[in-house]
Design a protein around this ligand. Sequence first.
Ligand code: B4P
Length: 189
Amino acid sequence: MLNIVIFGAPGSGKGTQSDLLKEKYSLFHISTGDVLRAEIKNQTELGKTAEGYISKGQLVPDALIIDMLAGVLDSNKDSKGVIFDGFPRTLPQAVALKEMLNARGTDVSAVVALEVEEAELIDRLLKRGQISGRSDDNFETIKSRLDVYNNQTSPLINHYKEEGKYKGIHGMGSIDDIFGRISDVIEAI
Ligand code: B4P
């Protein structure tokens, strides 16, 4: 199975590139952010809990996310592989992902990390905020999302470098050029 983690700061283009990747390589795409937003829309118990964290730019607690992900994985057992978009975001999530995949006889194939300058991240998210209606695409919340990324998520860079799975991609420029760089990395796996 081809299991790709798309990794990067908020606004780095994870969702944009995942949409292209799932078409090209026929992979199943799991965006934890999208799943949480659907839960919020449906006002489920998980959605009501998640809403408070997301609107402040904080991470939803690991245990809730890990259970949610296991459920999604089990409902898509027959795929050729999975794109994990927005997961893992903490070390416990990375450990849980490895355990979940190993238990299913597979593993993370590569961590494709979109490297984008902070000013560009803020600019992209503010632009999206003008049309998205997302409660977290405003300047104050974007700042906390970036702090959370720097403190809680970026330690995963070294974790995956040590595992030999980290593939850094220059994430600035046109969407097609970035997709070309990602495709080159995936074809070399
Ligand atoms: P997500 O939905 O994953 O949001 P994000 O990381 O902030 O990235 P996003 O999807 O918005 O942006 P993308 O990089 O695609 O998570 C939202 C919240 O849910 C989190 O803050 C957290 O509270 C919670 N959550 C989710 N997963 C969790 C987990 N595992 N654990 C705990 N909590 C979790 O960027 C896209 C923007 O840039 C788009 O507007 C796009 O049009 C634009 N763009 C893309 N490529 C571009 C390019 N090359 N040039 C110009 N613009 C570009």
